[in-house]
Design a protein. Structure first.
Length: 341
């Protein structure tokens, strides 16, 4: 049984903390090996380099930014365009997945177009933000592109270009908009090389940026009202920040800096990461972080631990940041490297 899949919520058979940590590390090392094997298969035509390696052998996120608005981000990562969209007939399994996506997309486009999510049973929609930000649509752009659902992709991309506007008079979740809207736009740009999507990503980041810059500790506010320039944390957390939200921003903001040659986004996200991952910080237990962080001083503010909700994606991003930095100990990913040692 994999970690987190035990019905009673335990970590498997009463094992000791050391055994549990070894189990996690073993699983992460296997995932790393699988990713590296995949990277060796997905190479650019005529090139013999791994997916996350530059032609000069340096990792693409090692601190050297490409030219502003680099039009070929995937080719810099060593991924040939032919691997992004296949002209071969899909397998039966792939066809079934595409059919499921088309079915779900039809429901969304019919009952919730431009809104955040569809409610299929009632054939209505639900918005996380007033009037909606099209979260499902933006988050699905890369999937539509990869599945060759060209008509659906173009309709959604056009909505993003012309209708998406995050400057709303309401509280916006910095975490949710980062992973769904900013991440969705950056993924779609990377695949399509459509400059307008990158411009829209910059627009979104600029709207959210005060949630970082107004924080004295670097820990971004959970909620931001762009119209009123208002910031706050969730009242139910007693004005504390949530671990998964603070530690699940770095990939998108850092990648945006890499694409635009503007370090401000990377600096903001890394400052937030450093605030919760300072070496030997009090409060860590068996390699786990408490789920709540004081926004006033950056100290941990609870004795609750877990790899489920409110903590899960922080640990996911530890691995991804470490991999993003070229599997090396660096300012961008020190914590995962410490876990491995």
């Amino acid at each position: 049984t994999e970690v987190g899949e035990v019905e009673d919520g335990s970590w498997g058979g009463g094992s000791s903390p050391d055994e549990r940590l070894k189990m996690i590390l073993k699983m992460e090392e296997k995932r790393e090996q699988d990713l590296r094997r995949l990277g060796m298969r997905v190479v650019a035509e005529g090139q013999q380099q791994e997916v996350f390696t530059e032609p000069d052998g340096k990792p693409p996120f090692s601190g050297s930014h490409p030219p502003v608005h680099d039009p070929t981000p995937l080719r810099r990562l060593g991924i040939s365009k032919k691997y992004r969209r296949s002209s071969k007939p899909p397998t039966l399994e792939a066809s079934a997945v595409v059919s499921a996506m088309k079915h779900a997309w039809k429901a969304y486009s019919t009952f919730a177009w431009g809104h955040d999510e569809v409610r299929p049973l009632t054939q209505t929609y639900h918005d996380w933000v007033k009037s909606g930000l099209g979260l499902t649509m933006i988050d699905s752009l890369d999937t539509l592109y990869l599945m060759n659902l060209t008509e659906e992709y173009e309709e959604a991309a056009e909505w993003a270009r012309s209708r998406l506007n995050v400057t709303r008079d309401g509280d916006i979740s910095v975490f949710e908009v980062t992973i769904r809207v900013l991440g969705g736009l950056l993924s779609a740009y990377t695949l399509s090389e459509d400059r307008t999507l990158l411009d829209k990503a910059v627009e979104v980041a600029e709207v959210l940026y005060p949630a970082f810059s107004k924080s004295e500790t670097g820990i971004p506010y959970s909620l931001y009202n762009p119209v009123r320039n208002g910031t706050k944390y969730y009242p139910w957390t007693k004005e504390h920040a949530i671990l998964s939200e603070v530690g699940t921003l770095q990939l998108e903001w850092r990648y945006l800096s890499w694409l635009t040659n503007n370090p401000k986004y990377d600096i903001a996200a890394t400052k937030a990461f450093d605030a919760i991952t300072t070496p030997h910080k009090k409060g860590m237990k068996d390699g786990l972080y408490p789920l709540f962080v004081s926004a006033e001083n950056g100290n941990f503010a609870s004795t609750l631990y877990g790899i489920g909700g409110m903590g899960d994606s922080h640990y996911e991003y530890l691995f991804k940041q470490w991999y993003m930095a070229g599997n090396k100990t660096s300012r961008h990913a020190p914590t995962y490297s410490r876990y491995k040692t």
